[in-house]
Design a protein around this ligand. Structure first.
Ligand SMILES: Nc1nc2c(c(=O)[nH]1)N[C@H]1C(S)=C(S)[C@@H](COP(=O)(O)OP(=O)(O)OC[C@H]3O[C@@H](n4cnc5c(=O)[nH]c(N)nc54)[C@H](O)[C@@H]3O)O[C@H]1N2
Ligand SMILES: Nc1nc2c(c(=O)[nH]1)N[C@H]1C(S)=C(S)[C@@H](COP(=O)(O)OP(=O)(O)OC[C@H]3O[C@@H](n4cnc5c(=O)[nH]c(N)nc54)[C@H](O)[C@@H]3O)O[C@H]1N2
Ligand code: SF4
Ligand SMILES: [Mo]
Length: 740
């Protein structure tokens, strides 16, 4: 790089989390000089969080893989792309032919939805595998949201979001946007938007077992026992319907079975909710009445309530609260965004399907073609027809991010073959035979395909690549295109069709998969809601002329037009929900007044604003400072066990135990402990130097692959029963104890 090189400003949407903030990235030559918020971005208006600098750190990280890696015994060697792609295709096709399509499994991690090349092109590869053994981070996260959206509105992506800029009341359950920057709710600068809401006389009511960063800015915070949210939310619904406070307005004609809902939820009284949740019945009634009386109110719940034993019931109850109060599809309530590239009404829309097949070992339902990832290890470890013998992971780290990570490690070690498309040798990809690393985020262009669907304002923004693609590198989409072509050639999926049709289909697949993402974007923009048939006439070239993005306006009412249900109506109940309500009634009867036995505690998770799941811990600027992986515990619970603040303690669950430092805090409910996820980098073979220095322990060595939301199969990561005791003197300095 020459000293005299000019400084250039690049405009870019950050792809690291769901807030999709607009950035201004200054570069000189091949170096990043600074990363700042873009005040002209119509959605984020200059907001930025500490994680944005990770875009630079990840790009420059010497530990980031830049060439295909092949494991030879205990060693890793670099191989060229053609060799790697050919060998991977040979091995996958070999397992496929010998053991059938379902013997090859795939897992897609969270960054898949933040990288548009994975969105547009992974199907070119995964489609060629034709496997039903598909898994993703969805089932350790938002599966209940998507299932409820599919049942109520007919499409798994039709998720209404709080219209915070016009709202006057937000009831928030199990979410921490002050740390997470919002989830299934693209709300950059949540803090400022909340302040404006409060300035209008509005109010935020938060329900969370921990007094979080969001609790600090909320108007009210209620501690709740982990896993008891369904009881509280159903009791609020029961109060509103029972006291005649429902005002569905025009929704009355859209929702076919409102009266039946009222009858079904009658048994769920605030008194029963108080017994299991710790929130007083009078408070539940008061909040319900306030919510019903507010002019424009939104009920919203996230991770904390979807990753628990009745996660789907929670999401259903939240949706019904919005419906019965007339707040669905109303300004200031919860509304459906209308993105410029529309995955809902656009070509290739995937509304979803449920339980069309089930997992082999445990009989868990598929959703939208995916099985719950809590079943992945047993599908690998259990012999028999259909056993998983090969695995593809894409942008994921399930050893640290899915329940019972130790069991999954055993499973990965037993595979015949594994390949990972990933930029790091992490706790999961170290088991692979090949790691195929894509370009860094700054080396490819970007358009956020997913999160405009959940954004508080309709906008569109295209980001050209900041740096040229290095010679001999491949983008994610190119890796999938190349692998897909090689697999199709080996597996000959059209072999039984006549020659001409066969070639025609091959040609079509190949041409499609060679189209770069930006060509697909241009096509989608033109045919989309702001395209050639609208006043906006949006095209890719128009977006290129507006590097800070284009404002497409505030959210608009969209029903019934946007509904995807066959009869354009909302069905509040179906057999599955009715059955689950009955089952929960029984479970509640058992649980009432029953704390976990003996000295068991409930374990919950935690996110920090300077960390992102398992993979940004190699950015020195983010992890520096005090360690943040302590177990939070109430001083009374420490005292009851004779433990001291700062001591090393052993946390144990059914599946294993970890030794960590405990931190006393009154910001957590009694009998609840909290440990962040995504740590545990001391595993052998992980090549991330900074991460290794701050290894921490993995909370998912404690979470239980058997603890699920039964309806969806989503992992119940919160509310796990654990015990906490001093680390026995003899092994005070010992390494991790082996999992049970
Ligand atoms: N106990 C507990 N467990 C949890 C959670 C919790 O709250 N508590 N949260 C859950 C949630 S919400 C989620 S989303 C999951 C996340 O779980 P995962 O998606 O399995 O894990 P990540 O940590 O996001 O790992 C991302 C990987 O993708 C790679 N990567 C990053 N960008 C790219 C890219 O552009 N291309 C490719 N090919 N690879 C890339 C990174 O190097 C990293 O290895 O964890 C879940 N697990
Ligand atoms: N800085 C940062 N930002 C992120 C991420 C990150 O790792 N770091 N991850 C991204 C991802 S993948 C996601 S999915 C989102 C998640 O976004 P959020 O859901 O907003 O974030 P969490 O911190 O998981 O918030 C869950 C909250 O639920 C609470 N909770 C736990 N158990 C229960 C319970 O039983 N009941 C109730 N009511 N509350 C409970 C927890 O204390 C926590 O405060 O964040 C995204 N943004
Ligand atoms: S909030 Fe999310 S999108 Fe915005 S700068 Fe931070 S990581 Fe990037
Ligand atoms: Mo997530």
């Amino acid at each position: 790089m020459s000293e005299q090189a000019q400084e250039t400003v690049h405009f870019r949407a950050c792809n690291l989390c769901e807030a999709i903030c607009g950035l201004q990235i200054r570069t000189r030559g091949d170096k990043v000089v600074s990363v700042k918020g873009d005040p002209d971005d119509p959605l984020s208006r200059g907001h930025i969080c500490p994680k944005a600098v990770a875009l630079q750190d990840l790009h420059e990280d010497p530990d980031r893989l830049r060439r295909p890696q092949k494991r030879v015994g205990e060693r890793w060697v670099e191989v060229d792309w053609n060799t790697a792609l050919d060998e991977v295709a040979d091995r996958l096709a070999g397992v496929h032919r010998a053991h059938g399509a379902n013997s090859v499994a795939a897992y897609l991690g969270n960054p898949s939805v933040h990288n548009w090349g994975i969105m547009t092109h992974s199907s070119a590869f995964l489609g060629a595998l034709k496997t039903r053994s598909r898994y993703s981070a969805t089932s350790v996260d938002q599966l209940p949201h998507q299932l409820v959206a599919y049942w109520l509105y007919g499409h798994q992506l039709l998720l209404p979001v709080p219209d915070i800029d016009r709202s006057r009341y937000i009831l928030m359950v199990g979410a921490n946007p002050m740390a997470s920057n919002g989830s299934l709710w693209t709300v950059p600068d949540f803090r400022k938007r909340l302040k404006a809401l409060q300035g209008r006389g509005g109010k935020l009511v938060l329900v969370d077992p921990r007094r979080t960063e969001t609790a600090e800015v909320a108007d009210e915070h209620h501690f709740i026992r982990p896993g008891a949210d369904a009881a509280v939310l159903l009791a609020m619904l029961q109060t509103i319907l029972g006291e005649g406070l429902a005002r569905p307005g025009r929704l009355r004609d859209l929702v076919v079975d409102l009266d039946a809902v009222g009858a079904r939820i009658r048994p769920f009284t605030p008194e029963r909710a108080e017994a299991v949740s710790g929130i007083a019945a009078a408070e539940i009634r008061r909040v319900a009445r306030e919510f019903a009386a507010a002019d424009a109110a939104a009920a919203y719940g996230r991770m904390g309530v979807s990753t628990q034993a009745f996660g789907t019931l929670c999401q259903w109850a939240l949706a019904m609260l919005n419906i019965v109060t007339g707040n669905l599809d109303r300004e200031g309530g919860v509304m459906f965004p209308l993105p410029a590239m529309d995955l809902i009404k656009g070509a290739g829309s995937k509304p979803g399907h449920y339980a069309a097949w089930t997992s082999r070992v445990r009989g868990l339902p598929e959703f939208g073609g995916e099985l719950p990832v809590a079943a992945l290890a047993e599908e690998i470890l259990t012999p028999g027809e259909g056993q998983v013998r090969a695995l593809v992971t894409i942008a994921g780290n399930p050893v640290l991010s899915t329940p019972n990570g130790r069991q999954l490690e055993q499973a990965l070690a037993s595979l015949d073959f594994m390949v990972a498309v990933d930029c790091y040798r992490n706790e999961t990809t170290r088991f692979a035979d090949y790691i195929l690393p894509p370009t860094s985020a700054l080396e490819h262009d970007h358009y956020d395909i997913v999160f405009h669907h959940f954004a508080v304002r309709n906008t569109a923004r295209y980001s050209p690549a900041v740096f040229d693609k290095p010679r001999g590198a491949l983008h994610d989409w190119e890796i999938f295109d190349q692998l897909g072509r090689r697999l199709r050639a080996r597996l000959q999926p059209h072999a039984r069709q006549p020659m001409v049709r066969r070639l025609g289909a091959r040609l079509r697949d190949e041409l499609m998969s060679r189209l770069p993402p930006h060509r697909m974007l241009d096509h989608s923009l033109r045919s989309g809601p702001y395209g050639k048939r609208s006043a906006h006439k949006l095209t890719l070239s128009r977006l290129r002329q507006a590097p800070s993005g284009i404002d497409l306006g505030a959210l608009q009412p969209a029903l019934p037009g946007r509904l995807f249900t066959r009869d354009k109506q909302i069905h509040g109940l179906n057999e599955a929900i009715t059955g689950e309500l009955t089952r929960y009634d029984g479970v509640l009867a058992e649980q009432q007044a029953q704390a976990p036995s003996g000295d068991a505690l409930w374990l919950i998770g935690r996110r920090h604003v300077r960390s992102n799941n398992s993979w940004m811990h190699n950015a020195r600027r983010l992890v520096k400072g005090k360690p943040r992986q302590q177990l939070f515990m109430h001083p009374d619970d420490l005292a009851a066990r004779g433990l001291a603040d700062g001591q090393r303690v052993r946390v144990s669950s059914r599946v294993g135990s970890v030794d960590v430092e405990v931190q006393a805090t009154e910001d957590i409910m009694r009998r609840v402990v909290s440990l962040p996820h995504g740590w545990g980098h001391h595993r052998p073979g992980v090549q991330q130097r900074v991460a290794a220095a701050q290894a921490g322990e993995s909370v998912n060595d404690l979470t239980d692959d058997r603890a699920l939301d039964a309806l969806s199969g989503n992992a119940a990561l919160n509310g796990i029963a654990v015990t906490v005791e001093p680390v026995p003197a003899a092994d005070g300095e010992a390494d991790v104890p082996a999992a049970a």
